[in-house]
Design a protein around this ligand. Structure first.
Ligand code: 5GP
Length: 139
């Protein structure tokens, strides 16, 4: 059985403006911001405004509009970071590798021959904001 949505998760707090973020994009459907522990330079998270824990409890009618934003942000990240490729990840529940229980897609710009950084390392604030500005400018 899937647990229910918990409205005090960290991404819900970011959505409500109760926690800061390095914002890349926002409209009525989605919010995109820099991952605070980036596994690649320019690592962005895209979350829906619709409350959903993961892919399976996202209302189907809200999924299409949200995925259009994921694609739009991915294209901007690709351009802004001059990427050779993109890794796009989405985890469901603890067993699936999920840590924050509000649906999100990771967009990781990749460069030939460059591996991902280890998880759990805080990003430099100035670099996070500089990358956010580059991606905003590419939207
Ligand atoms: P997942 O749930 O997909 O495994 O990972 C959650 C992601 O959220 C991680 O990549 C982590 O670095 C990121 N994250 C966790 N807490 C915060 C936060 O407070 N702000 C931001 N911007 N990212 C966070």
């Amino acid at each position: 059985m899937t647990a229910s949505y918990e409205p005090n998760n960290i991404f819900a707090k970011i959505l409500r403006g109760e926690m800061p973020c390095h914002k890349v994009f926002e409209d009525e459907v989605a919010l995109a911001f820099m991952d605070i522990m980036p596994r690649a330079e320019g690592h962005v998270l895209v979350i829906p405004k619709t409350p959903a824990r993961g892919l399976l409890d996202m209302p189907p009618e809200a999924l299409g509009p949200y995925m259009l934003r994921v694609q739009k942000i991915a294209a901007a990240v690709n351009r802004a970071m001059a990427a050779d490729g993109l890794t796009i990840q989405q985890f469901n529940e603890t067993a699936g590798g999920q840590v924050v229980f509000h649906l999100h897609f990771h967009i990781l710009p990749r460069h030939d021959g460059v591996g991902l950084r280890p998880p759990g390392v805080m990003g430099d604030k100035a670099a996070l904001e500089a990358n956010a500005a580059r991606i905003r400018a590419a939207l």
